[in-house]
Design a protein around this ligand. Structure first.
Ligand code: NAP
Length: 374
C-alpha cells in the first residue's frame, strides 16, 4: 500500500500541475494566480558542449516556474521526447544551443490549458520544445527551431501518437523522400542501406522492398541483422563491426550496387561507393560515424569511384519536402494498415532517463526510432 502511494506521489510530482480533465478549457490544475503558486517545468540543459562521445556530466536537469498564460498562449505537457543523432551535432556548437538553456529537440505533447482557439485542450501536437516537461507557446516558430512550428497531429486512428516522431514524423519523411527523390529506385535494382536497423534506415529498406529492390542492410550487430532479414524482409545483412565490408559486399551483391542510402559516412561508405554500378545514386542522409569523433576522420578517397562510375551523390535535408509531408504520411498509414511497413520503437521510460536514452541511441542500443515516454 505504502509503495503504491509513494509511486503515485512520484508520478504527480514530475509535474507540479496535476493533470485531470476538469473542464473544457484546461486539463491542468495549475492554481495560478490566487495563492502565488506556479507551474514548474523541468528541462534538460547542456552544462558543457559535447566533445567526443558525450559524457554523463555534459547535461543536467533544471527547473523553472511557468507564469500564467497570456492571450494566444497554450500550455503543453510532453508525452514523448525524441532523441536524435543531429542533437549530438548541434550540442557541440554555441551558435546552435546555449549552455543553461533548454536543449532543443522535438516532442509530442498534449495541450493541457489554452488561451488560443487554434490549440484546443486535449489535442496532441508535435513541437520543437526540446527536452522539456511543460511548455508555454503561442504556436509560432522561432528562428532557432530546426524542425518547424508546433503542429496539431492528424488523427492516427488506433496508432500510438509517438509515431509522430518516427515513421509519421521527421524520421519517416527522411526515409521516404531521401529514398524516392534522391535514389530514385527502380524495380530489380540493388540498394545498400547503412545504419539499417535505426529509425531512418529500417524504413528505407522496407520501402525499397515495396518498390521491388534487393535490399542489403549494414548495421552493428547480428541480432539487428536477424531482425532486418527475418521480420522486415531485408535480403542480406552485413555486420560492420565483424565482417570485412568489401569482401562481404562482393559476395552478397555480385551484381553491384545501384543505390546507396548513406546514414553513416566514413569508411563504410567508401567501401560501398567502390562497388557501385555505373550511374548509381547515393543519398547522403547522415554521417553518424563521425559525430562522436574528437578529430576530423580520414577515410579512403571516394572521388575516383564517383568519377569512373559516374555516380550521382546528393546530400539532403528532409525539410526540402516539407510541403509534401502529408502525402508521405498518407502513404505510410496505408502501408502500415496493409502490413507492408512495420514500425519499431525503442522506448525509454522517464523524463530523467532522456540523456541516457540519447547516449544509448548513439551507442546503437536502439532498434527503430528511439523515444522517451515522459
Ligand atoms: P538511428 O539510426 O536510429 O540511430 C543511430 C544509429 O547509428 C545507432 O543505432 C547505431 O546503430 C548507428 N551508429 C552509431 N555509431 C556508428 C558508427 N560509428 N558507425 C556506424 N553506425 C553507427 O538514427 P536516425 O535518426 O535514424 O538517423 C540516422 C542518420 O540519419 C543519422 O546520421 C542522422 O544524422 C541522419 N538524419 C538525417 C536527416 C536528414 O534530413 N538528412 C534526418 C534525420 C536523420 P549500429 O548498431 O548499427 O551501430
Amino acid at each position: 500500500m505504502w509503495k503504491w502511494l509513494i509511486l503515485v506521489f512520484l508520478q504527480l510530482s514530475v509535474f507540479d500541475c496535476a493533470v485531470k480533465n476538469n473542464n473544457n478549457r484546461s486539463l491542468g490544475n495549475r492554481n495560478l494566480g490566487d495563492n502565488g503558486s506556479t507551474c514548474k517545468a523541468k528541462y534538460w540543459t547542456l552544462v558543457k558542449y559535447f566533445d567526443g562521445f558525450p559524457k554523463n556530466t555534459d547535461m543536467t536537469i533544471r527547473e523553472e516556474n511557468l507564469p500564467p498564460l497570456k492571450n494566444e498562449e497554450f500550455l503543453a505537457k510532453a508525452v514523448f521526447l525524441s532523441v536524435d543523432p543531429y542533437q549530438r551535432v548541434v550540442g557541440s556548437f554555441p551558435d546552435q544551443v546555449k549552455l543553461g538553456e533548454p536543449f532543443l529537440g522535438q516532442q509530442i505533447a498534449q495541450i493541457v490549458e489554452t488561451k488560443n482557439p487554434k490549440y484546443p485542450v486535449g489535442k496532441y501536437i508535435r513541437a520543437p520544445f526540446g527536452w522539456r516537461s511543460l511548455t508555454i507557446s503561442n504556436g509560432k516558430s522561432s528562428d532557432q527551431d530546426l524542425t518547424g512550428a508546433p503542429a496539431i497531429l492528424p488523427d492516427y486512428g488506433n496508432l500510438p501518437v509517438s509515431l509522430g516522431l518516427g515513421v509519421l514524423g521527421m524520421t519517416g519523411m527522411t526515409a521516404y523522400f531521401g529514398l524516392l527523390e534522391i535514389c530514385k529506385p527502380k524495380t530489380g535494382e540493388t540498394i545498400v542501406v547503412s545504419g539499417a536497423a535505426g529509425a531512418v534506415g529500417n524504413l528505407v529498406g522496407q520501402i525499397a522492398k515495396i518498390k521491388g529492390l534487393t535490399v542489403i542492410g549494414i548495421a552493428g550487430s547480428d541480432e539487428k541483422g536477424k531482425w532486418l532479414k527475418e521480420e522486415l524482409g531485408f535480403d542480406q545483412f552485413i555486420n560492420y563491426k565483424k565482417d570485412n565490408i568489401d569482401e562481404k559486399l562482393k559476395k552478397v551483391a555480385p551484381q553491384g550496387v545501384d543505390c546507396y542510402f548513406d546514414n553513416v559516412g566514413g569508411e563504410i561508405s567508401s567501401s560501398v561507393l567502390y562497388q557501385m554500378n555505373d550511374f548509381g545514386r547515393v543519398a547522403v542522409c547522415g554521417s553518424i560515424s563521425a559525430y562522436n569523433s574528437p578529430v576530423k576522420l580520414k577515410v579512403t578517397i571516394v572521388q575516383p569511384a564517383i568519377l569512373f562510375k559516374q555516380l550521382k551523390v546528393e546530400g539532403f535535408d528532409n525539410l526540402r519536402w516539407a510541403d509534401r509531408f502529408p502525402e508521405a504520411v498518407k502513404q505510410y498509414l496505408q502501408w502500415i494498415r496493409e502490413g507492408k511497413i512495420k514500425y519499431q520503437e525503442t522506448v525509454t521510460v522517464g523524463f530523467e532517463n532522456t540523456f541516457k536514452a540519447f547516449l544509448g541511441m548513439l551507442k546503437g542500443e536502439n532498434r527503430g526510432k528511439a523515444v522517451v515516454k515522459v
